[in-house]
Write a protein that binds this ligand. Sequence first.
Ligand code: ATP
Length: 366
Amino acid sequence: MAASNLQIQGLAKRYGNFVALAPTHLEVASGEFLTLLGPSGSGKTTLLSLIAGLSRPDEGRLIVNGRDITDGAPYERDIGMVFQNYALFPHMTIEENIAFPLKMRNMDGAQMRRRTADVLDLVRLPHVAQRYPKALSGGQQQRIALARCMVYNPSIILMDEPLGALDKKLRDQMQLEIKRIHRQSGTTIIYVTHDQEEAMTMSDRICLMNAGAIAQLGSPADLYFRPCSVFVADFLGESNMFDAVLTDVQRGSAGIRLAMGAMGRATLHNDDLKPGDSVKVMIRPQNVHPMMPGEHAPDAMHGGPGLSGKVLDVMVTGSLTKLYVQGKGENALIAAFPTRAGAPGFTVGQEVMLGWHESDAVALPA
Ligand code: ATP
């Protein structure tokens, strides 16, 4: 299938004085799965509608494979769209639904049947061709909506909260299914969701948006472990956050004095911070290692900062166990580690030491 590169050059959208999208630059690679993630009202749908041509930008250009499509009508853009509410035609069979975009393009009958059968195979539903949409489950209808979009080989597929109407279990299955279809077809996909887990599971890169602008763009691991702001850290799941002051600054690394007294170092991604600045130091729960008193820290952690505290709660949440620890300061700390059957456990009230690798602590502008 076709795959295309998209360049978004300073695209902006205002409604009166309200800036729905500040001038935005973004390049989506050919065959990439890019997710626009962000809270409600952050501009995700605005950006997607501009790419689709459903609304007009106030500024900026859109380039697909070197061709400027900014002024092209939606149907001239060769961009497919899949919505939350499937939008299948109820009076047509599944086969007729999928063939519809080909019919509009005057494809001949034999070729049309072949393409339709191919995409029904791709979404693994060849046996439903003669059924009507109402005889399919929500997940199956969404796969057909995707098949109908893929059948005419658009350069780019835009998906706006496509799994929003499905229950959790079906969402999880469909996420894997869409990933498989993406891998198999190689199509460029731009996907919108406000669900951070879904974005982390599916994307090559995530474009996290806030208040009509890009807050951070990068791989799921980049955003999760190397956020550039407290907003990004908070939006992508649980974190331990400490108040601290920078004591010295080198390239990519800084000395920190935590408000509760401990000294140490942290990773720094921000060139604007200088010694004396107040910061927040973030460490993901998976990077906090709980140890029994007297237990030796792993080699790589020697010299890293550590805190002691009392276990407040132990929660087994399936594959992860979470330990809530009351340290000397006000913050309760969270440590998370894989649940293992038969492993000696921590008990409520017990004293523990918490340690982390210095490189896993990230200093962020306060
Ligand atoms: P959600 O997750 O809730 O769909 P979103 O990130 O997709 O949110 P947008 O739909 O892009 O957000 O909206 C961005 C901002 O622009 C919102 O504050 C919204 O109210 C505003 N907005 C969108 N369309 C219009 C319009 N036609 N007129 C005025 N304001 C609009």
